[in-house]
Design a protein around this ligand. Sequence first.
Ligand SMILES: [Zn+2]
Ligand SMILES: [Zn+2]
Length: 602
Amino acid sequence: MPTAIQQEPIRLPRTSESENLKKIRHTTSHVMAMAVQKLFPKAQVTIGPWTENGFYYDFDHPEPFTEKDLKAIKKEMIKIINQKLPVIRERVSRAEAKQRIEELGETYKLEILEGIEDPITLYHLGEQWWDLCAGPHVENTAEIDPKAFDLESVAGAYWRGDENNPQLQRIYGTAWETPEQLAEYKRRKEEALRRDHRKLGKELGLFIFSDSVGPGLPLWTPKGTVLRSQLEDFLKQEQLKRGYLPVVTPHIARVDLFKISGHWQNYQEDMFPMMAEDEQAAAAEQGFVLKPMNCPFHIQIYKSELRSYRDLPMRLAEFGTVYRYEQSGELGGLTRVRGFTVDDSHLFVTPEQLEDEFHSVVDLILSVFKSLQLTNFKARLSFRDPESDKYIGSDEVWEKAQNAIRHAVQTIGMEYFEAPGEAAFYGPKLDFIFEDVLEREWQLGTVQVDYNLPERFDLVYTAEDGSRQRPVMIHRAPFGSLERLIGILIEQYAGDFPLWLAPIQIRLLPVSDAQSDFVQELAAKMRSLSIRAEADTSRERLGKMIRNGEKQKIPVMAVVGAKELEENTLSIRTRAGGELGAIPVAEVIDKLKEAIASQSDF
Ligand SMILES: [Zn+2]
Ligand SMILES: [Zn+2]
């Protein structure tokens, strides 16, 4: 893969994994607050927690802080650190704390005091500054390495996250154990920016958003659609080989369907509101809804005939587009959207077939990941939270489904961890959590075992002895959703798609007008052979054409000048292998076809 990071990266612990980082970040945020109040006496402090990569602190200050202010604050912080101030914990009574805060005139602190439980502790930095805090902290500011922290940005934030409250100034900072860790963190931040799928999606012309269409509703441009179709076709082929049956279902259905499934009762806040024909229908809750999931539709197809044990397992598959009402604040790029396409399938199986089918689903998912070069993932068993009542179905059925998943994963020998509270409301899941080159985690494919929906929809099959039996359902989606997967792939590949996925696989560059007819005809010929080829018709100078092709991350570029035209060759340069020199046209075509078919480089 062309984009792998070469050197062995330094492992960066998250705050929640490191007691030491917790102390460092907590203390650094206090040092920052002290510096801010020293430089800006009008500033009031509010809250200042650690985050997984650093910390922030919210201040009430009449003017927004500027970049220049951040530099001054950082300088002041270094001074404070170098004063080697002891960090002293003091336990006080509530009344004492209140009195001291009132002396300072800090109104937010008073509110915070009301919300915290005993014991109340203050932390002093030397004798000059203190804050309400529960800790933990380092013992002396000298334990903070002045070369291992930085202030990152300022943003507006509302007190208690409520926009009716005063707007505060939030300063984000980061702090590490060593300057090397800080450098690695900054490198990754830059790399994340370079790989950002929202940025690359725009530059490579893969998808757009339109205010007129609405937030969280991506529009796929021609190049992005090629990418989508490639992924779809790839999985459809795999599924056909494994006995899946394709189906297509509508985007809306009567609300009653989702009452039977339980979505209406348990999932309504994630659904778009109901469409009713008139007020009467609305009052009677008789209307249509956009589907948030495909399951109830596939169930109707299963139910349309009496099934026999000989029909099972029945694997119905659809690239089904669903709609979920995500909060608008959460929408960003492709990883959280309001309309997305799930590579969905529902397997109806006899209880005896469950384990084998589960295995073959996992096997399919693993082979899909392999083709996509996604190698670094772990299995999360998403179980129900036994304390919560947001789930449907009896305890017994849940135990059965959870045990089936655990047992299957153990038999396969996959590494896994259990996550109570992460289940869907109707069943437990096996989720594949992928870690990308920047050690960020993403949820990809998922498999669910479900005894509940067959019960709710009264699904049956005729067993060998003629009795009516209840099938078990497996819900599965190796990609999760096309949108999310493509967002992740763009970042993982940094836009450098492998040849078989690349929207344009080869671009032909004519050195002068004399070769322009030839490259256009050759591009058309390649397209007729299912190679995604295009001719550069910009009439730019060659150097510019090559740069443009590189910017577009086109895997293969072929230069045609007078000599190539005469000898019927192409001068090839690839992103993976650099300059390969002149190669006969026929050979280039054969090599392209072979590389595409085998999902390898040219
Ligand atoms: Zn603290
Ligand atoms: Zn489903």
